[in-house]
Structures are given as C-alpha cells and as structure tokens.
Ligand binder design. Structure first.
Ligand SMILES: *Cc1c(COP(=O)(O)O)cnc(C)c1O
Length: 389
C-alpha cells in the first residue's frame, strides 16, 4: 500500500493529490512489458485524464485511447503519440472531427465501419469483438460480456457482416472484457478469442487486448501477460496493444478530507457518525456505483479497520443532503474529532473524471506532488457550478 509523500496538513480540503513518483513507478512497470515483448501500451483516458501528468506518462507509453471526441482531442493535443478511439456508435459529426485527431478507429461492428468507410482513408481500423466469455463476477455494470451487451460483435454477427461486407479495410480486432483482473483471466479470454476468431487473424496486422489489466498491482503475473502477448505476435505476426487505465495511475493518488462534525451515537444508542467534507456521491462516485470500500488512513497513516476492529468506530458520511452519501463504516485507534484529517487511498483513477457538482458541492482542488513540492494545479468555485447549468 502506498502512503502519501506530501504533508496532508498543507493542502486545502477536500482535494485530490497526484503523486508523480507513484505514477512513474507504474509507468516503469508498463514500459518494461513493452520492452520485453514489443507490445504497445496506451493510456485509457476514461480512467485518468489529469493532463498535467501527460508529459511524464508520455515518456513511457505509446499514446492514448479515447471513448469519444473530447478525450481524443485531449490525448492528441496534450499527450501526443498514437491516438486511438472507440465508440459503440459514432455520429457523422464526430467522425468528421475525429479524423483530425485519431489515427486508430475501433468500431463496434463491420457494419458500423462500412457506414463511415469513406472517412477512414489512411486510418487503422479495428473491429471490437465480444467473445461473450465472462471471467468476472459481482460487477455486472463493468462486465462487457454480461447478457445483452452492446459492446462489440459476437462471432455470429461478425461472420454475418463478413459475408455481407468482407474484410476489406480492416486492420485488426479489439476486445475489452476485463476489469481489475490478473493475467490468468486475460489468458483464458485471449484463448477463447483465438478459438472463435482465430481463422481471421492472418488477414490482420493488429490486435488490441483492451483494458482492465491490473498490471501494476503487486500480485499481477507479468510473465503470463508477456506469454499471451508473444503468442499472438509470434503465431500471427500481430502488433499487440494494451490500453489500461487503472494500471497507469493505480494507488498513485489520494483524496484528503477534514472531519467537520461528530454525531455521538450514545445519545441514540447507535454508532458514532463523522461528517466529512468529501462526498462519495460527488467526488468518488465509484464508491457508491461499483460499489467499493476505499482504504482510509488516519492522520498518522494508520489504516482504518473494519467495523469493530479498533476501539473507535464511525459511519463516515458527507456534507450533502443525500441520505445514502456514506463512504462506509470504519474503526480507528484514536477517537476522531472535528478538524482531523483523513486520507482516502487510490483516488487518482475514476475520481476526477467522474466527479460532479450535485447539491452545488464544490469540486475538490487538484494537487500534483513531486519530490517534496506540492503544487495546486486546479481550484474550483461557483463559476464551475454555474457554467454547466
Ligand atoms: C474502460 C476501458 C479501458 C480501461 O479500463 P481500465 O479498467 O481502467 O484498465 C480500456 N479500453 C476500453 C475499451 C474501455 O472501455
């Protein structure tokens, strides 16, 4: 577990702090995979688009991938390198703009590609396929292989399209079916993709394994990832792409919050409640959406425990009016009091890109920390609320 390298008393709360040294550590691991295998790795900006860090990340990775026009412009302008884009269905207006920024287009079907074929001159074209081979349980919202998925062509729709349109103009296939998974699940999925789509691979030059690879997690099996990459490279001569989001900024950011008030449980015969100045609903929506329980550190960086693990336990809620805006039940070695600071871990990914101003809440400031220098790069106010409504 990474702990903050900055002084948590010297920032305004609520805020996010990005630790450049932890980003660099992740990037070094990813670059090693590229060096060992010849694969190419892109930052999936959907997870993390704090572009102040792009000058650092672009020293290691080959480019970015985008979920649509705005991310593609950002990747092209601020990161450079290759710019890939995927959309389940493009609009013609977007395609007309996108061709100025993106070099790789991933289409949801051969039929979608043919609709826009005239615009794809000089572009690499990939078709997203869906092996309907689910390796994850519990988070159906993040499983592209869940029943009725709209993400990618199944083998039967792919083959129907091949009969109608042929493979002309197509450079490869793309699959994205994982979420926070290890390489054993990737290996199984890749073998299933090969079983279904293998006979087409000799016509292609690229394959993209999507994201969801937790490559920078301590227990990730990198040799098996490299074996999977090498299999497709050696057997079919394909250039292999990976496009992780999480893995690039995993455990590389923190949110800092101040405890504003304590509601004593003894009065109601319930547990104590701490009200924080950070909101799950507004500032870390995945806590409610996924849902998941963030690791929390007290001001001395002791890890908060499960309910009942330490003597003092609290329900941590926020200062919005949403009853369910609760981060969770946590226990601490020392009692909390107003003014105390808490650190929420792994808050670089899917946080800044997803936050909102529900309740008119102020957005957290964003800081960048590097080598003892903590710089505030964004601060937000009333205008940010106003400008969107
Ligand atoms: C979400 C997504 C990614 C990145 O996923 P992570 O879980 O953040 O690694 C990559 N490619 C596609 C197509 C995605 O939808």
């Amino acid at each position: 577990m990474n702990t903050p390298l900055f002084d948590i008393t010297k920032v305004n709360t609520p805020c996010y702090v990005i630790e450049q040294d932890y980003i660099r550590k992740n990037c070094e691991i990813l670059k090693q995979v590229c060096d060992n295998t010849g694969c190419r790795i892109l930052l999936a900006q959907k997870a993390f688009s704090a572009y102040s860090t792009y000058p650092l990340i672009s020293q290691y990775l080959n480019g970015t991938t985008a979920s649509g026009l705005h991310e593609a412009i950002l990747g092209h302008d601020k990161f450079g390198g290759e710019t890939h884009v995927f959309s389940p269905a493009y609009t013609e207006e977007d395609i007309k703009e996108l061709i100025r920024y993106a070099d790789h287009f991933v289409f949801n079907s051969i039929r979608q590609f043919n609709k826009f074929k005239e615009y794809m001159v000089g572009k690499a074209v990939l078709i997203r396929v869906n092996p309907r081979f689910s390796t994850q349980e519990g988070h159906e919202i993040y499983d592209p292989c869940a029943p009725l998925s709209r993400l990618g062509s199944t083998i039967s729709s792919f083959e129907k399209d091949v009969r109608e349109f042929g493979l002309d103009g197509i450079d490869g296939i793309h699959f994205h079916t994982l979420c926070e998974q290890n390489s054993d699940d990737l290996y199984k999925t890749a073998m299933e993709v090969e079983r279904q789509f293998g006979k087409y691979l000799k016509y292609f030059s690229e394959i993209n394994f999507g994201g969801g690879h937790h490559i920078t997690r301590d227990d990730y099996d990198i040799p098996l990832l490299e074996k999977t990459i090498n299999h497709f490279k050696d057997k079919y001569g394909l250039t292999v792409y990976l496009e992780p989001g999480e893995a690039v900024a995993l455990n590389a950011g923190f949110a800092v919050t101040t405890v504003l008030d304590i509601i004593e449980g003894s009065i109601n015969n319930e547990q104590d409640i701490a009200i924080m100045d950070i909101s799950a609903a507004c500032h870390m929506p995945d806590v409610l959406e996924m849902p998941y329980r963030p690791v929390i550190l007290d001001s001395r960086f002791n890890k908060a425990g499960e309910k009942g693990e330490y003597r003092y336990h609290y329900r941590l809620g926020s200062n919005t009016c949403l009853a369910g805006d609760i981060t969770g039940d946590y226990s601490f070695k020392e009692p909390l009091k107003p003014g105390d600071r808490l650190v929420l871990c792994d808050m670089a990914i899917y946080s800044m890109v997803k936050n909102n101003t529900f309740n008119g809440m102020k957005l957290p400031d964003i800081y960048l920390n590097q080598k003892g220098r903590t710089e505030r790069i964004k601060t937000f106010g009333y205008e940010d609320f106003l400008s969107r409504l």
